[in-house]
Design a protein around this ligand. Structure first.
Ligand SMILES: [Zn+2]
Ligand SMILES: [Zn+2]
Length: 306
């Protein structure tokens, strides 16, 4: 199995001279099984480039695409209306997501193409869409890939996935904060607060379930939006640090950690420093640490980099 990064940024796209090397597009990853099966992980603005490549390869042949979403914040769905294969007759698109609101998934995801926001609504798009709700801890199949969703600590909820294919696996853990404050049901402008005894118990369960899900994974892609000093200021924003990601992987039979969901303000120069600091720290604890970069492909299970 191989994975390619099409968008590595959190929050909003940041094109420009300061992000040329690491990339400015928001979250989107392409996974390929050895048999050629395709799984799309999150649909941020990186999805536009991936969709263009897929549409060219598709030609007149009808194709079925599987898109798994961590949650429906903008930086994880904004590429969907610009996904070129959706405009080709015969395309089928299955979308897998957590239902965090009372509305059906179709209403929530279809809502981004309401006529006020976008000139073509979901019903008018030639592709056939199917929506599948995911539930943390309940395994499901998407084409060649077996998925195990796991709950994350993010305002109004998000899910991570361990993705199995070809006898190996990677995990996609975005977006999540460390497990010190329960963020599920509050707006982040409410600010940090001490968790209740119930929340504390739930946070312990969530962290344990995540550690267990990551155990033995070849490559873990982790939300490392903040540096530790930034996290101190914004602990309730729902994002993590490279230090926390290393702690989740260390001693947990993980081979490689890919830092992901980079803060919009982290320029190429800052990212180079992060890469140097944490690859060094990883090597001290037997963990390969890489920084996700647009255009980078990783071989899962093989340890090669292209
Ligand atoms: Zn995000
Ligand atoms: Zn989010």
């Amino acid at each position: 199995m191989r994975i390619s990064f099409w968008g590595v940024r959190g929050s909003y796209p940041v094109p420009g001279p300061n992000t040329v090397r690491y990339g400015g597009h928001t979250s989107c990853i392409e996974a390929r099984s050895d048999g050629g099966g395709c799984l799309i992980v999150d649909a941020g603005t990186g999805l536009r480039g991936l969709g263009h490549k897929l549409a060219e390869a598709q030609g007149a042949r009808p194709c079925h695409y599987h898109i798994i979403l961590s949650h429906v914040h903008w930086d994880h769905i904004q590429g969907l209306p610009f996904f070129e294969p959706a405009y080709l007759e015969g395309t089928r698109i299955s979308i897998y997501a957590l239902r965090a609101a009372a509305d059906e998934l179709q209403q929530v995801i279809g809502g981004i193409t309401r006529h006020e926001f976008f000139p073509v609504n979901l019903e008018a798009v030639p592709a056939d869409f199917e929506f599948h709700e995911v539930e943390p801890g309940v395994e499901l199949q998407a084409g060649d890939f077996t998925l195990m969703p796991v709950a994350l600590n993010h305002p109004f909820g998000a899910v991570g996935y361990r993705v199995f294919a070809d006898g190996t696996s990677f995990a996609y853990i975005s977006d999540t904060a460390p497990f010190s404050d329960m963020l599920h049901k509050k707006h982040f402008l409410a600010g940090p607060e001490s968790p209740s005894a119930d929340d504390k118990a739930q946070l312990v369960d969530m962290e344990q379930a995540l550690r267990k899900t990551l155990h033995g994974t070849d490559t873990v892609i982790y939300d490392t939006h903040f540096l530790p000093e930034e996290y101190e200021v914004f602990p309730h924003y729902g994002h993590s640090t490279p230090d926390h990601a290393v702690a989740m992987c260390q001693g947990n039979a993980v081979r490689q950690l890919a830092l992901f969901h980079h803060a919009p303000g982290h320029t190429d120069a800052i990212m180079d420093k992060i890469a140097a600091t944490y690859s060094d720290r990883g090597s001290k604890v037997g963990l390969v640490v890489v920084v996700a970069q647009e255009g980078m492909t990783l071989t899962i299970g093989g340890g090669e980099r292209a």
